[in-house]
Design a protein around this ligand. Structure first.
Ligand SMILES: *Cc1c(COP(=O)(O)O)cnc(C)c1O
Ligand code: SF4
Length: 539
């Protein structure tokens, strides 16, 4: 027992216990009976007490004290025995409680740790348990199923007659791009009716996927999320409804330029992509016919930017900006860097996801050189964790070392990423691949071609809100509707105002807190800080 240890006596400090520890003791002694607990249990806790007193006598570890109190807490709750019934003296426990607070660098008390913090962490764990159980099955990353993807690659290489050199090069990937249903059917297992349907739809809409992207399609699901993104289905032509022209049609103040905002402009530098998405906003324009733009077109776009000095951030998109040859990219970035008022640039590209072979040293050097002049960010589109493989991860890792940031703009798509587990997995997987989740878009209402992939606004809100408190804050994207600019869809956590404060709700637990607001009168005062001395010098 504590009083038998000389050293322990030396460090025993008197004084009241803090409120949390008081509360913990009240909790331990809630049952006031005195009948002795079973011998076995008494021996068990006597052992824990002795370990705590001996091990902590020289003020080194908190662990044995925590173990003792956590077990007493459990026994009080589950078995209804108090420490007295277990044969422990209250004084000995109080001395250990004081000792705990002295050992802990931040003065955390045993009541704070065992009575508060451990139950909070335990409760928090229950919120993520289903994610940890299910993510590898419901939303496997391309890293996790790499063996299956490699098997697909071997099969596809053979079916398309591709050498390893073809496979590992951008030009080889493009030369062997899958553009018709017969080629598709030779590399992906599709039911006969699906083959007929794809044949019908591809008379209207262009299909193109690189052999690499096709290798990410996993058999065993009718609606594999990669297949759904890449291969057009009957709904695209059968959906009734008229396509509303892309918003950009009425937001293009100059050739190749789109502008919603005063300080950000986009240059649609190409209409080509290495792979065409079934949910593309610009579906009417992108991929219809490959067009190489002339220097006059770029020249007029650059002139517009030069003539509008408020433009500070220029986004080079398409199509896909990285479809442009290196020499063209280098020229365009150089022109932008040469405009005094342009302070930052972005490149929009899905190529690191669909054709990571494009990312070579020459490109990386160009990106780095431009980034050294003025910050350059790469904005990409990854919609599922399945699209992150060792190859795309290596591409993103390399890019991230050369530019200011790599950011993801996902599209919320039915059957593809419209569940908590899939979206959490996407955000965590890309973050681990050096890509920062930036936006998640509610899929546009403007195109009947992909209305079958739309997800209700509220479903997206629930998914995004479920991330708060449960995954790293910088893995949480902003949820956006595009309708003539980007409109944030985050439901506010403000429930209302009360007594000079706001009623806020914690998204992860629903707990409500009163958050006192800044005092309006105080905020209105101009004589604060150094301004208080303004008139004091007699000036
Ligand atoms: C998305 C977009 C931007 C950029 O918006 P941010 O909120 O700055 O990412 C700018 N212009 C157009 C036309 C866009 O579509
Ligand atoms: S990469 Fe972008 S522009 Fe190209 S098809 Fe996909 S969504 Fe459209």
């Amino acid at each position: 027992m504590l009083t038998e240890t000389d050293q322990a006596q030396d460090i025993t400090i008197a004084g009241p216990l803090d409120a949390f520890t008081q509360e913990l003791f009240d909790d331990l002694y809630i049952n006031e009976e005195s009948a002795a607990a079973p011998e076995e249990l008494r021996l068990h806790v006597a052992g824990l007490l002795e370990a705590a007193e001996t091990d902590t006598a020289d003020l080194r570890h908190t662990g044995p004290i925590v173990a003792l109190f956590a077990e007493l807490h459990r026994i009080a709750h589950e078995l209804d025995w108090n420490p007295g019934q277990l044969g422990l003296a209250r004084e000995a426990l109080e001395n250990l409680a004081r000792r705990h607070a002295r050992i802990d660098e931040h003065g955390v008390t045993i009541g704070g740790r065992v009575g508060k913090a451990l139950p909070i962490v335990h409760e928090a764990r229950t919120r993520i348990a289903d994610y940890l159980d299910r993510h590898a099955i419901e939303a496997p990353s391309g890293l996790e199923v790499w063996d299956r993807i490699l098997a697909n690659q071997a099969r596809i290489k053979q079916a398309l007659g591709m050498s390893d050199v073809d496979w590992d090069s951008y030009s080889g990937q493009l030369r062997h791009a899958i553009e018709n249903v017969d080629t598709l059917a030779s590399v992906v297992d599709l039911p006969p009716q699906a083959v007929d349907e794809v044949r019908r739809v591809t008379q209207t809409y262009r299909m193109r996927l690189t052999p690499y992207y096709a290798s990410l399609i996993l058999s065993g699901h009718d609606n594999d999320p990669v297949l759904l993104q890449a291969v057009p289905t009957g709904e695209m032509v059968d959906a009734v409804g008229e396509e509303i022209p892309p918003v950009a049609a009425d937001h293009s103040p100059a050739r190749l330029i789109d502008q919603f905002y005063p300080r950000v402009a986009t240059i649609k530098a190409t209409n080509m992509c290495a792979m065409y998405c079934t949910h593309c906003l610009r579906i009417a324009h992108i991929g219809a016919k490959d067009r190489i733009y002339g220097k006059e077109a770029y020249g007029e776009a650059l002139d517009y930017i030069r003539a509008n000095p408020e433009i500070r951030d220029v986004l080079v998109t398409g199509g896909d900006a990285l479809v442009l040859p290196n020499a063209m990219l280098q020229w365009l970035l150089g022109e932008l860097d040469g405009i005094e008022h342009v302070r930052m640039k972005r490149l929009g590209s899905r190529i690191p996801v669909t054709t990571p072979q494009r990312v070579d040293e020459e490109l990386l050097d160009i990106l780095e050189a431009s980034n050294n002049r003025k910050p350059l960010r790469v904005v990409t589109q990854i919609n599922t964790a399945q699209e992150i493989t060792p190859v795309s991860k290596a591409a993103f890792t390399a890019i991230s070392r050369r530019v200011a940031a790599v950011m993801n703009q996902a599209v919320l798509l039915k059957g593809i990423n419209d569940s908590k587990i899939k979206m959490w997995k996407l955000c965590e997987t890309i973050q681990e691949a050096y890509v920062r989740p930036y936006y998640v878009f509610n899929c546009s209402y403007r195109n009947p071609q992909f209305s079958h992939l739309r997800v209700p606004v509220a479903t997206g809100q629930e998914i995004v809100e479920s991330m708060y408190g449960n995954i790293s804050g910088d893995a949480i994207p902003r949820y956006i509707a595009t309708a003539g600019g980007k409109i944030p869809l985050h439901r506010t956590n403000m429930l209302g105002r009360k007594e000079g404060g706001l009623r806020l709700q914690k998204p992860w637990s629903g707990d409500r807190v009163l958050y006192p607001d800044a005092d309006a009168r105080e905020y209105g005062r101009e004589d604060f800080g150094f301004a208080r001395f303004r008139d004091m010098d007699g000036a």
